[in-house]
Design a protein around this ligand. Structure first.
Ligand code: SAH
Length: 268
């Protein structure tokens, strides 16, 4: 009788022991599951949020091309494809990302602006690029115009007078796959002699006259597009074509408003 009682007691102890062990294992496994699962799930959510955000930007970019650019008459398929492709939101300050595809220029710091998408498209179309040309831009700013050019030709050179903007544009271009664009800090008035001549030159700041070094660094048959006029007033977007006999023909295109073309002495 006593022996039977003892063995029952042992069995009961064993039973509870096992019960506690299983419960312990169950609780710890739940805990570790939770610990491992939570970060994985939130990482996944973060990734899918980023994908969704990129898709939203792509839709906004498509709307921008249709309603702001095609609607206003830009037809060059290379230009339209470039504007559909370049992630403009990666070239504006973070706090303005949501406005990147609006029909307007946006501030990029240091008193400068990224041009309105339509103006970027229009000026690019005026250059009549077929692909493969050597193009010089004066006024890198955000780097967006340079990226648009880089979708059409791999030989893009761009000069910016404000070093901080030049650094930021360099990074934006590298981060978005346009690392091959050549950037330079300095006064674009003098052009980029060592890399001249250029097939096309685009000036994205308002100047009082076409800098003569730019005229010299243009190939015969080449084109310059430049806003001409005083600072802080409406300027005239102007096309300058260099003939094969090195004569120049000037065409007024449309009134525009650009930030001023500055010289080294103005910025000190
Ligand atoms: N193309 C730019 C917008 C440029 S705003 C973009 O896509 O974002 C005009 C830029 O020209 C400004 O960044 C300004 O600092 C620069 N700039 C003005 N004068 C210049 C000069 N002499 N040489 C080079 N850059 C100049």
């Amino acid at each position: 009788m006593k022996a039977a009682n003892r063995s029952t007691a042992i069995l009961i102890k064993l039973w509870f022991g096992l019960l506690f062990t299983f419960e312990f294992l169950f609780v710890t496994s739940l805990y570790s599951l939770g610990k491992e699962e939570t970060p994985q799930t939130s990482k996944g959510m973060e990734r899918s949020f980023q994908v969704q955000q990129e898709e939203a930007f792509t839709r906004a970019r498509e709307r921008m091309v249709v309603s702001q650019i095609e609607a206003r008459g830009v037809r060059d398929p290379k230009v339209l494809a470039a504007l559909r492709k370049v992630p403009r939101h990666r070239f504006v300050p973070l706090n303005l990302e949501e406005r990147a595809y609006d029909d307007t220029p946006l501030p990029i710091g240091y008193g400068q602006t990224i041009s309105q998408p339509y103006i970027v498209a229009y000026m690019t179309e005026v250059l009549q690029l077929k692909g493969g040309e050597k193009v010089l831009e004066i006024g890198t700013g955000s780097g967006y115009q340079a990226a648009v050019l880089a979708e059409i030709t791999t030989h893009v050179y761009t000069i910016e007078i404000i070093p901080e903007l030049a650094d930021r544009a360099r990074k934006a271009l590298d981060d978005t796959g346009y690392g091959f664009v050549r950037t330079r800090k300095g006064d674009g008035y003098y052009g980029w002699e060592e890399e001249s001549p250029f097939d096309a030159i685009i000036v994205t700041a308002a100047a009082g006259h076409v800098p003569p070094p730019l005229l010299n660094q243009l190939k015969a048959g080449g084109r310059i597009v430049i806003p001409l006029g005083g600072p802080y007033e409406v300027q005239m977007l102007t096309l300058v074509e260099k003939g094969i006999d090195s004569t120049f023909r000037t065409t007024q295109l449309m009134p525009v408003r650009f930030v001023p073309f500055t010289r080294k002495t103005d910025t000190r």
